[in-house]
Design a protein around this ligand. Structure first.
Ligand SMILES: *Cc1c(COP(=O)(O)O)cnc(C)c1O
Length: 359
């Protein structure tokens, strides 16, 4: 990716990038980059050890306080990546006596975390709370956990967070929401779907997010009640047995968070999403329903999706074809992601190219 947040070099060609999760264009922002550089100059690059040994830094704690306050939770725990966060979290929360109720379209990191936890897994149809209710009624255990993406990574639609919290309360379950794609994009001031549902800090709720998408950095965080976070610090194997996130990544994320709070980048992104919707509707393109930065165009056949991606590449637009097993059979799609850094002309050009595809 180029530092402008819009272009990417592929096979010697410069393409307009509609494939990045840097939704607010903060990965290359001058203040974000300067914060990382200053941190490296002060403390070097690598952290040298796990946080529980000698790798802990003030930058990580400062970021944790800022994230918890912004998201409206009691406490936060920052760690290496979203993949590590989810694998460690599910393993720490569940054991072979636990039952996990998981949305069928959950991200791979949640799928793998649930599998490694050795808990029993019941998958509910995507977003189908009545199916989830029937599973909760039928399967009982001392510890039950409902697990869902917030904004779904390949569809761009959002979970009904308030409905999931209500079910967690009624059925005495915990709820894990991974809002990797909602953070910085949706909800009040970009605080995500949990905040939008008014469920921030709910005692049954654990929220996960990444620093690698809208926050333009690398790393991830878990938000929960103080006592839960204290317990996780003792049990999260991907925290305990892995080198701490470099302080420069935390410093970059902290500065990016300050930029998110200003609201300008979020407003530009929302304007771009609205503009894309209007142009696509004007050209008769049938998009999947999504108000997030992820705007997929369903194609169906794998070969047709690949051909479409190839054609778009020829015209100067990088849009990946997403195929099974990442998405269900027969639902291959173009996964278009929009950014605050895109100009109108980028979006207009893409829509023209999409409208001209022979689908
Ligand atoms: C991207 C993503 C992750 C992984 O986060 P990384 O920080 O990239 O490892 C986890 N969950 C969801 C829903 C994601 O989209």
């Amino acid at each position: 990716m180029r530092r402008d947040g819009v272009h990417v070099d592929l096979d010697g060609h410069q393409l307009v990038n509609f494939a990045s999760n840097d939704y607010l264009g903060l990965a290359g922002h001058p203040r974000v980059c300067a914060a990382a550089t200053a941190q490296i100059e002060a403390e070097g690059f690598g952290s040298g050890a796990s946080r529980l040994i000698s790798g802990d830094t003030c930058a990580l704690h400062e970021l944790e306080s800022a994230l918890a306050a912004w998201k409206g939770f009691d406490a936060a725990l920052v760690l290496g990546s979203g993949m590590l966060a989810n694998i460690g979290l599910m393993d720490a929360l569940a054991d072979r006596h636990s039952i996990l109720f998981t949305d069928r379209l959950n991200h791979a990191s949640l799928v793998d975390g649930c599998r490694l936890s050795r808990g029993r897994i019941h998958r509910f149809r995507h977003g189908d709370l009545s199916h989830l209710t029937s599973l909760l009624v039928a399967h009982r255990a001392a510890r039950r956990i409902i697990v869902s993406d917030g904004v779904f990574s390949m569809d761009g639609d959002g979970a009904d967070v308030a409905g999931l919290v209500k079910l967690a309360e009624e059925h005495d379950a915990l709820l894990v929401i991974d809002d990797a794609h909602g953070t910085g994009v949706l909800g009040p001031n970009g605080r995500g779907l949990v905040a939008e549902a008014g469920m921030s800090g709910h005692p049954r709720l654990i929220e996960v997010g990444t620093l690698g998408k809208a926050l333009g950095s690398y790393g991830a965080f878990i938000l929960a009640h103080k006592s839960m976070i204290a317990g996780l610090v003792q049990r999260l194997r991907t925290l305990i047995y892995s080198t701490a996130l470099p302080a420069c990544a935390a410093a970059a994320a902290l500065t990016a968070l300050a930029e998110v709070k200003k609201g300008e980048a979020g407003a530009r992104l929302r304007a771009n999403i609205d503009h894309f919707h209007r142009c696509a509707a004007g050209c008769g393109l049938q998009l999947m329903p999504s108000r997030s930065a992820i705007q997929p165009l369903l194609i169906g056949e794998d070969s047709a999706a690949l051909q479409a991606a190839e054609d778009l590449g020829q015209q100067g637009y990088f849009v990946p074809a997403i195929r099974p097993p990442t998405v269900p059979e027969g639902t291959a799609r173009l996964r278009i992601t929009l950014s605050a850094a895109h100009q109108r002309i980028d979006i207009d050009g893409l829509v023209q190219a999409l409208a001209g595809l022979h689908l």
